[in-house]
Design a protein around this ligand. Structure first.
Ligand code: CP
Ligand code: NVA
Length: 312
């Protein structure tokens, strides 16, 4: 693939990205990380500007975009929806048209997937989904990168996601795994499994890549897992459902015992963070030797830089 092939592209979810394009971003992410370690300094975003739109809170995503863009000489501008007209006085379409005239790219974190899609359509510049209720695509690129660092490759590895299968992280993970040939087991309680429409789409990509996608409510399915992955039980915007989620998900907590149940001493623990220790994962596991969550958080920065380098 030509290095310029992805210029101008938006990342709204991984559905319209080919395995080859995603692999290109992964290779670039590994090389960006190597550069950071050797202290190589580049100014590849000099003269460029990035709008960072946030309707929801963020630590990692905001910092990854802001630091990676700024340290390459670009100018990131943080715009919370408390500060700008979006959503109150001005439509998404009009906001997109204005930002498209002033910025090189836009990142959006918020509620509706439709908002990020309108931003991309109307601004005519690259737009990145920094998390919506439906997808969290930049997160899962870092997750696959972390898997590759742990095992040398991701293809053919068994990743078990244990928790809320309908949320943004779960829905993005299943797509990227299916595209890249990572065997993905979704272990979710009844009522919280990934929607069938997405599973139907996923099965086509899995057939092409050779990935096995398994959906189950049985915790026994962790057997042989290379990675156990979980996310918070209550996603942003769903706070009112807290009691219901706790009741559904308590049997699915990641404990040391569950890590052992994989029968694999090398199983790693992954979490997109922020984590609520004592809910979806015990303190012992997240702070234990099998946890890779801090590498995973760091990799958000390298992958996000790679996405922007490829598309701006
Ligand atoms: N994982 C993740 O998206 O973290 P933030 O909510 O802190 O950005
Ligand atoms: N599913 C979580 C992910 C946080 C990064 C949420 O949406 O709150």
């Amino acid at each position: 693939m030509k290095p310029t092939a992805l210029k101008g592209r938006s990342l709204l979810n991984w559905k319209d990205w080919t395995p080859e394009e995603i692999r290109f971003l992964l290779e670039l992410s590994h090389s960006v990380k190597k550069d950071t370690r050797t202290g190589d300094i580049h100014q590849r975003f000099r003269g460029k500007t990035l709008a960072l739109l946030f309707e929801k809170r963020s630590t990692r995503t905001r910092c990854a975009f802001e630091t990676s863009f700024g340290e390459e000489g670009g100018h990131p501008v943080f715009l919370s929806t408390q500060d700008i007209q979006l959503g109150s006085k001005e439509s998404i379409e009009d906001t997109a048209r204005v930002l498209g005239r002033m910025f090189s790219a836009i990142e959006f974190r918020g509620f509706e997937q439709e908002t990020v899609e309108i931003l991309a359509r109307e601004s005519k510049i690259p737009v990145y989904n920094g998390l919506t209720d439906t997808f969290h695509p930049t997160q899962v690129l870092a997750d696959i990168m972390t898997l590759e660092e742990s095992f040398g490759k991701s293809e053919g590895k068994k990743l078990c996601y244990v928790g809320d299968g309908r949320n943004n992280v779960a829905r993005s993970l299943i797509i990227i795994c299916a595209k890249l040939g990572v065997n993905c087991t979704m272990i979710t309680p009844p009522g919280l499994s990934t929607d069938t429409a997405l599973l139907d789409e996923t099965s086509i990509w899995a057939r092409d890549s050779g990935a096995t996608i398994q959906i189950t409510d049985s915790i026994e399915a962790v057997e042989g897992a290379d990675a156990l992955y979980t996310d918070v039980w209550v996603s942003m915007g769903e706070e009112k459902k807290r009691n219901e989620r706790l009741a559904q998900l308590t049997p699915y907590q990641i404990t040391a015992q569950l890590m052992k149940k994989t029968g694999n001493d090398n199983t790693v623990f992954l979490h997109c963070l922020p984590a609520i220790k004592g809910e979806e994962v015990t303190k012992e596991v997240i702070e234990g030797p099998q946890s890779r969550v801090w590498d995973q958080a760091e990799n958000r920065k390298h992958t996000i830089k790679a996405i922007m380098l490829a598309t701006i």
